[in-house]
Write a protein that binds this ligand. Structure first.
Ligand code: UT7
Length: 329
């Protein structure tokens, strides 16, 4: 799916993020599995990640992120009419985390539902909320992306535990006077889905119980997929919007791995200083990655009115998605 944004301008008017307090360094990980700081830094660029406390679930991370986004937008949760959570680690399958979060926030008039698209979940939810608003079905939306992937990792599997971390980010979307979102591109390739999966997590019965309920990943295949789609999806959205890569002021790729991100930036021709990087401190936070990076970029003064912001996510499905927007401040 690909498209140029049409109709009334819609933009992000509030941003928020939250990560758990506990920091797990590469050295600490090397006391749990056969790995070391040098290998992890060289292959991923990750120094440390945040891991949720045993009592913390997805909505505990989503709530402070959502409150911060609402505060920045000066919006009362009661005025929301749409609340979407993108996550593969909801508190439970139902009630949905969106419904629970809406209740806690006091968003009593909001339609609320969860959306699953692996690490691309936030991008899918962003497009979903934009589409609802552009169609006149909603006026004010809250989109949360986040995950507590530490709950679904096999903590004896060194190939996955070194990559992921926990975190959440949230955005408020509203109609604005300026352009805001310019276009989107989304895609999915289920044929590659087997390379990043969570067997035993749904209605598909798996007779061999070994490894059920844990993330299974073919790292090399996901790496190849990631380096390909981060480039093709970004190029597609830029082309559809009539923009060129030189116009991009701030590039926010999914924070999966510094090698993947550097490869994409170089292939696209985006100078590294325009790319937002925080994977070194948080690892791959799945659906939390892009809003978390956006919130940090804003806090660091890197998002200025009129800036062209390019975001591209990718992940399980396999899925990918890009958004191009003019930052409206
Ligand atoms: O949102 C999407 C989520 N997933 C991703 O983004 C993952 C994409 N893939 C990757 O980032 C990389 O494939 C990894 C970082 C996961 C792995 O890097 P790699 O350069 O592809 O390594 P590899 O899997 O080819 O493994 C190289 C070696 C192997 O040893 P041998 O067979 O060469 O002796 C692995 O067993 O590194 C070994 N290895 C490790 N060694 C130390 C694998 N994991 C580790 C580890 N520590 N944590």
């Amino acid at each position: 799916m690909i498209g140029k944004a049409q109709g009334a301008p819609i933009s992000i008017t509030g941003l928020g993020a939250y990560v758990p307090n506990r920091i797990v360094t590469n050295d600490e990980l090397s006391t749990m599995v056969d790995t070391n700081d040098e290998w992890i830094m060289e292959r991923t660029g990750i120094r440390e990640r945040r891991i949720a406390a045993p009592e913390e679930a997805f909505t505990d991370l989503a709530l402070p992120a959502a409150r911060a986004a609402l505060a920045q937008a000066s919006m009362d949760a009661a005025d929301l009419d749409l609340l979407l959570c993108a996550t593969v680690t909801p508190d439970m399958m139902f009630p949905t985390s969106s419904a629970l979060l809406a209740d806690t926030l006091g968003a009593k008039d909001a339609a609320a539902y969860d959306l699953l698209a692996g690490c691309t979940g936030f991008m899918y939810a962003l497009v979903q909320a934009y589409g609802m608003m552009a169609a006149g079905l909603a006026e004010r939306a809250l989109v949360v992306g986040g995950d507590v992937l530490s709950r679904i990792l096999d903590w004896t599997d060194r190939s996955t535990v070194v990559l992921f971390g926990d975190g959440a980010g949230a955005v408020v979307l509203e109609k604005v006077d300026k352009p805001g979102f310019l276009g989107f591109e989304l895609g999915a390739d289920g044929a590659g889905g087997i390379h990043l999966s969570l067997p035993g997590s749904g209605s598909r019965r798996i007779d061999d119980a070994t490894g059920n309920g844990f993330v299974h990943m073919n790292g090399r295949e996901v790496f190849k997929f990631a380096t390909r789609v981060l480039v093709s999806s970004a190029e597609a959205v830029l082309e559809r919007c009539g923009a060129s890569v030189e116009d991009v002021d701030v590039y926010v790729p999914h924070q999966a791995n510094v090698r993947i991100m550097d490869h994409a930036a170089a292939k696209l021709g985006i100078p590294r200083e325009r790319m937002v990087v925080n994977v070194d401190r948080y690892g791959n936070t799945s659906s939390g990655s892009i809003p978390l990076a956006l919130a940090e970029a804003q806090a660091a003064g890197r998002l200025k009115e009129g800036d062209l912001v390019l975001m591209t996510g990718m992940g399980a499905g396999l899925t990918w998605g890009s958004a191009l927007m003019e930052w409206t401040g």
